[in-house]
Write a protein that binds this ligand. Sequence first.
Ligand code: IPE
Ligand code: IPE
Ligand code: MG
Length: 228
Amino acid sequence: MNLPRHVAIIMDGNGRWAEARGLPRFRGHLAGQGAIREAVEGALDAGIEWLTLFAFSTENWRRSSDEVRALFELFEIVLREETPELVKHGVRVHIIGERHNLPESLKQAIIEAEEISREADRLHLVGALNYGGRQEILNAARRLQESGEPVNEETIRRGFYLPEMPDPDLIIRTSGELRISNFLLWQSAYSEIWVTETYWPDFTKEEFARAIEAYQQRERRFGGVPQG
Ligand code: IPE
Ligand code: IPE
Ligand code: MG
């Protein structure tokens, strides 16, 4: 049935969702928690193995310190609230991105979520938090410089946050922007991209299913020629 093995989502449009309702931007981030549940349910229903959600980029520090702080508090709440329920459904939680400059309590919540879900094996749910594709590639390059290993695709990949994560087959972006915004730069080399105008808080599992259907109509060539 040509199902994508890994779907990755750039969850965008929370601020505009709130502004359209005359609410502060943060209310849009809060409303995004429901859309995360929708995406996870969509992935479980479809039988997807890996789902990655882009939650905070290395460039999102350019926002006001109030917004950044509120987002970190929200991530902590979401991890603590959702993980026990996720585990019941066989969802294993992983977080990729830079951890050193995150608040201590958030770091702790990440460690606990990964720990309590480590035996789950139905769906790998990856949160990209303080994640940047360039940063990930830089980390891998520095690791190779220090270890002196040969430089090839395999050794580069070994330096990534989650080396066992397959490349995304499908990248979904909400809110209509047509850019990658430093998400999974290396891994997206041959990803199919699907963009919806829907703001992230309004995203549903039905829309997730539509994205999968659209993916199934695509012809992936990986640089080759169409299969007659
Ligand atoms: C996505 O929504 C959430 C994060 C990047 C943390 P935005 O906050 O970027 O919403 P817009 O793009 O301003 O509408
Ligand atoms: C991308 O959204 C990052 C996340 C969804 C976490 P942004 O809203 O930060 O992207 P730009 O700034 O519009 O490219
Ligand atoms: Mg945005």
